[in-house]
Design a protein around this ligand. Structure first.
Ligand SMILES: [Zn+2]
Length: 431
């Protein structure tokens, strides 16, 4: 019987997390499992007497050469019934394929029966965009076992980071231990105002607050989450942005004064490397003549996700001579964007579909006239080609009057946190 997804509240997850760490990991018992099977047979307990036994929670780490029954034995479980179920159930069978270092959580009662086993699927079941992970849950219910996959909320924490620019943004964030995924969000959010290839100066200061996500069953994991606030300062310039969640649950980036950030991403792919810019005429390697290059080429590995640079509707999805597999999006204010040479489209993408800024629309390839895998990206305003890297991007819809006070309160909170970074920096100098 499948277990329906259960959403656990943040506080209960944290409480659970703390409880889990409180238990130590028992040392592996180097005894053959066959001997214990005999013991199991002697310990058959009538299931009518269930529920009246104390349970203990154990965190078990898979050792080299471990077996499931040996691991459970370390938690004091001698449960042939559980082992039979795990061997027969399609989902639970995963428990026999764990790699050394992986973690298992077991709830074992005082007469050696398994009441519950939890195992996080790790990367396989991860959905960072929605802050969720997947775990396998096998539990005893009314005397019988059931197994199923369960979506669980990751534990959210926030971190602060500080760096001084030496040459590049990614150089600075790497030096400060700020994850690339966060740096790439900084580019997305401030890329409409700053050209990160040209406008950074040595000594510019970067302050950032971002989320980290941890699996409740694997407290040693930490994934980068959403950029919450960023401030970039240098030589009289100041750029900032903060994530603000509207009361209806949707969120958007604004600056501290409540102005919405740009309605377009400068780069449709993350960690973009530009190979050809916008020119009136350049040598075309396949056509073998000089032709204008009316877009920007981003080199990326085949299969890299291509994101809609702005919110809009799909005007074209299909193949065109030269462009290969191409998507054209129509946006507000007479703007269209074009994404060419794709390997494939996002599943189900069709003409007329509504897409939001950042939605994946396809994958980098080399279809059409392309010498290698790259994204060719065009930006047109009322049919006129513009340079995607320098075109002045329209501002997003401003914050409504009703939300200004809420935004201002959040801005005060985030600014106070950013100020803490300076305190920590100053304190660090005297260590
Ligand atoms: Zn191109």
């Amino acid at each position: 019987m499948p277990i329906s997804p259960v959403k656990l509240g943040l506080s209960s997850l944290i409480a659970m997390g703390v409880a889990v760490t409180a238990f130590g990991v028992s040392a592996p018992i180097e005894q053959g499992s066959a001997r214990h099977r005999v013991v199991v047979d002697k310990l058959v307990v009538p299931s009518a007497s269930a529920n009246s036994f104390e349970t203990t929670r154990h965190t078990l780490i898979v050792q080299e050469g471990d077996t499931l029954d040996r691991m459970l034995l370390r938690a004091g479980a001698l449960d042939a019934e559980f082992m039979d179920f795990a061997a027969q159930n399609e989902e639970a069978r995963r428990l026999f394929e764990l790699a050394p270092g992986e973690q298992l959580h077991a709830l074992v009662d005082s007469i050696g029966r398994v009441q519950e086993v939890r195992y996080s699927l790790g990367e396989e079941g991860l959905d960072l965009d929605n802050g969720q992970a997947t775990r396998l849950l096998v539990r005893r219910k009314h005397g019988e076992f059931e197994a199923g996959l369960q979506r669980i909320d990751l534990i959210r924490n926030s971190r602060i980071g500080y760096s001084r620019i030496v040459s590049s943004l990614f150089g600075a964030t790497n030096g400060a231990g700020i994850p690339d995924k966060v740096a790439s969000q900084i580019v997305d959010v401030l890329g409409g105002e700053i050209d990160f290839q040209r406008d950074l100066r040595q000594g510019d200061e970067l302050r950032v607050i971002y989320e980290t996500l941890t699996e409740p069953d694997r407290l040693d994991t930490e994934y980068p989450g959403k950029l919450l606030a960023v401030e970039l300062m240098g030589q009289g310039r100041q750029h900032n942005a903060m994530w603000f969640v509207h009361p209806n649950g949707s969120g958007q980036y604004y600056d501290f004064e409540g102005r919405a950030s740009r309605s377009f991403l400068r780069y449709p792919i993350e960690y973009a490397r530009i190979s050809s810019g916008f020119t009136r005429a350049r040598w075309h390697p396949i056509l073998a003549r000089r032709v204008p290059h009316r877009g920007t080429d981003f080199v990326a590995a085949p299969g890299t996700r291509i994101r809609a640079s702005g919110t809009g509707t799909v005007e074209f999805v299909g193949s065109q001579r030269g462009y290969g597999k191409v998507v054209i999006l129509r946006h507000e204010k007479g703007i269209t964007t074009l994404y060419a040479h794709m390997q494939g489209f996002a599943r189900g993408l069709a003409r007329g579909d509504r897409v939001r800024q950042g939605d994946v629309i396809g994958y980098v390839g080399s279809s059409g006239w392309a010498t290698g895998p790259h994204l060719h990206y065009e930006f047109r305003v009322r049919g006129q080609h513009q340079n995607p890297l320098t075109v002045k991007l329209p501002e997003a819809r401003p914050l409504g009057e009703d939300l200004r006070r809420l935004h201002a309160a959040r801005a005060v909170q985030l600014r106070a946190q950013l100020d803490q970074i300076d305190t920590i920096q100053l304190a660090g100098r005297f260590e």
